[in-house]
Design a binder for this molecule. Structure first.
Ligand SMILES: [Zn+2]
Length: 184
């Protein structure tokens, strides 16, 4: 898939994520026809405005049922709120941009973008964390009217386009940093 604009890139990544999510939920080790159909629908739907990218509120509900733990390593010790999209880069200071991070991850991450930092550690982001990040990226890109901006002309943004994983392998993916069936 050749993407040329900021909007195409973000929507294609979002659709690829939805495909991966469906495969993981079904315990599929490789992508099949049904998964490619999901990707295609999730890409063309929002682009043609016949569908919307899921609301951040859905992820907020999930936050309430997840055990309180660092979203990067799963630790339950010395937690503090961390901005998923860095405040220094222009991320908003609102509840849906807040995630839990342990002190060790928080100080190692510093002012780095979350995805960039995970990439540097060779750690693939949990799918639900990536989904929240992408929803923010799509929202910010719409607010700034950058959807149709060619990638080469994209200005500095609060999120890092190059840190959004290009390919999502169907196996060994995690929905969250810990098993979601985990209970304290
Ligand atoms: Zn941590």
């Amino acid at each position: 898939m050749e993407v040329t604009t900021v909007g195409e890139l973000l929507h294609w990544r979002y659709a690829s994520l939805a495909m991966a999510h469906a495969a993981v939920t079904a315990n599929a080790q490789e992508y099949g026809r049904v998964h490619y159909m999901i990707r295609s629908r999730l890409y063309t739907g929002p682009r043609k405005q016949t569908m919307h990218v899921g609301a951040l509120a859905d992820d907020e509900r999930l936050k309430m049922v997840l055990p309180q733990a660092c979203c990067y390593c799963g630790s339950r010790e010395r937690l503090a709120a961390d901005h998923l999209i860095s405040r220094k880069r222009g991320g908003k200071n609102a509840g849906d941009n807040l995630v839990w991070a342990c002190r060790a991850c928080n100080s190692s991450k510093g002012a780095y973008d979350a995805l960039e930092w995970l990439k540097g550690r060779d750690q693939f982001p949990p799918l639900l964390l990536l989904r929240r990040y992408l929803k923010f990226a799509i929202e910010m890109c719409e607010e700034r009217l950058l959807t149709d901006t060619p990638l080469a002309e994209a200005p500095e943004l609060p999120f890092v386009l190059s840190a959004i994983p290009r390919a999502i392998p169907p196996c060994d993916l995690q929905l969250w940093v810990m098993d979601l069936s985990y209970s304290p």
